[in-house]
Ligand binder design. Structure first.
Ligand SMILES: Nc1nc2c(ncn2[C@@H]2O[C@H](COP(=O)(O)OP(=O)(O)OP(=O)(O)O)[C@@H](O)[C@H]2O)c(=O)[nH]1
Ligand SMILES: [Mg+2]
Length: 453
């Protein structure tokens, strides 16, 4: 395989930039562009050793820096590799890279270092996919998810299911091929139990896709309620800024005000909406329409009620719109005398928190209540999850085939047919884990990577 090179650091000014070279000629190429000050022979350098020196393009001295040598298979790609750290200028890094090309390297494709790592057995496909997630992580929780995925959590989860399915497929095959040599009777109930267990595992695996997405992209969260209940005050409390305008005039917020915040490790995509009420005002009614749309899109609703005023038909109208959305009922303005019929809210909502949005100490209560309602509070972030569309499709199809196999077994369909359905499910699981996967799929996976990775 040709020796590839790329800049591994972002195209921006920084302390250092790293040029990565990988392939069987990595040390030769490094020796052509890098001259260690101590006169060391780079080709003789052992893996994981570094030296300081000068970087050249032919006779032109470009910079000084550090060379790190890796020896196959102990490198990211599994090949011989070199990393040249130079000063972190955009042009400097490009010049050092072009010197590597002059010395014989070819430009790396997007994700090619990781693709080589996959092809050299350094990681599974799902681990390789997780590299992109680790790079793109924007919050603590998703980083933990992606790091576990990178370490092999999803791969192990899929393997546990595929091993279980393989045992059923093998047994069925043995029964088809050598029925006279089997010692025990074929136990259809036992095999059906196993398939049922696999169905549950796959259902849980698929559910992890939605949870993973919420953790990665943030939980869409609509703040709704009738005018003046304190929605914008709550928004400002959660964002820690004066993002939304707050006044004591009903109908202050007209358009949606959006902001992404971190609350107790969760990323929330907050939308402060116009207050819901019957109105002749054209602008305000457009605001109400937009609020209803946001309500539809929200994964979690923060429904705000004013404890200092009796509930009215606008509150009722809101409650009617909530349907079975995950809703946290926020009873606000608890610093004032209570006039609202709180018991009516207690009857309607399972999750209630009482706060004063003007009081910053309410944040702690909100943190706990929101993470409980989002259902992510007790999620095992290290369990492995379905991270992308490719994985979701494979898992869905595997589940589909397993369900069909189970149904066939329960209905006394021939073992041949059940066996084929199980094998189809197994194929999809092997594609999911990357054990049997086509070159086209691998190419598609790496297309979303950056060049230096
Ligand atoms: N005493 C008290 N006043 C509050 C509290 N929260 C909000 N307010 C006041 O209630 C009034 C309305 O607050 P907003 O946050 O603008 O209410 P809103 O729900 O966004 O109102 P609209 O945008 O009109 O729908 C303002 O005068 C706030 O200062 C609270 O916890 N206690
Ligand atoms: Mg408002």
């Amino acid at each position: 395989m040709r020796t590839i090179a790329a800049i591994a650091t972002p195209p921006a000014e920084g302390g250092i930039a790293v040029i990565r070279v990988s392939g069987e000629n990595a040390a030769d190429i490094a020796a052509r562009v890098f001259r260690p000050v101590n006169g060391r022979d780079i080709k003789e350098m052992r893996g994981y050793t570094a030296c300081y020196g000068e970087i050249f393009d032919g006779d032109k001295r470009l910079d000084d820096g550090v060379l790190l040598i890796y020896r196959a298979p102990h490198s990211y790609t599994g090949e011989d590799a070199a990393e040249i750290s130079c000063h972190g200028g955009i042009y400097t890094a490009k010049r050092v890279l072009s010197a590597c090309f002059t010395a014989g390297a070819v430009p790396a494709q997007a994700g090619e270092f990781t693709k080589r790592a996959l092809l050299n057995g350094k990681m599974s496909l799902t681990q390789a996919e997780a590299v992109a997630d680790v790079i793109s992580a924007q919050n603590e929780q998703f980083l933990l998810c992606a790091a576990s995925q990178r370490e092999g959590a999803l791969y192990r989860r899929i393997r546990a299911v595929s091993d279980e399915l393989l045992s059923t497929v093998t047994l069925i095959q043995a029964w088809i091929d050598y029925p006279d040599e089997m010692e025990d009777e074929f136990d259809g109930n036992l095999e059906a139990d196993k398939l049922r267990h696999i169905v549950t595992e796959l259902e849980e695996l698929l559910a992890s896709h939605g949870e993973g997405q919420l953790i990665r992209d943030g939980i869409p969260c609509a703040i709704v309620g009738r005018p003046n209940v304190g929605k914008s005050t709550l928004m400002n409390l959660l964002t820690g800024t004066e993002k939304s305008i707050v006044t004591d005039i009903e109908g202050t917020t007209r358009d949606i005000v959006e902001e992404t915040v971190m609350l107790g490790g969760l990323m929330l995509r907050l939308a402060d909406c116009a207050g819901i009420r019957e109105t002749d005002d054209v602008v305000e009614s457009i605001g109400v329409e937009r609020m209803l749309k946001k309500l539809g899109e929200a994964a979690v609703v923060l429904a705000v009620f004013d404890s200092s005023r009796p509930l009215n038909e606008d509150d009722e109208r809101l409650i009617a719109k909530l349907g079975n959305k995950r809703t946290l009922c926020i009873i606000n303005k608890t610093d004032l005398d209570e006039k609202a019929d709180i018991s009516a809210l207690e009857d309607r909502f399972a999750d209630i928190v009482r706060i004063s949005a003007k009081d910053p100490s309410s944040l702690k209560q909100l943190e706990k209540a929101v993470s409980d309602i989002a259902g992510l509070g007790d999620l095992d972030l290290t369990a492995g999850f379905i991270a992308n569309e490719r994985q979701r499709i494979c898992a869905t199809e595997a589940l589909d085939h397993t369900r069909k196999a189970l149904e066939a077994l329960e209905n006394g369909v021939t073992l041949d047919a059940v066996g084929i359905m199980c094998e189809n499910a197994l194929d999809r699981l092997y594609e999911l884990s990357g054990e049997h996967v086509s070159d086209t799929v691998v190419d598609q996976v790496f297309r979303r990577f950056c060049v230096g990775k």
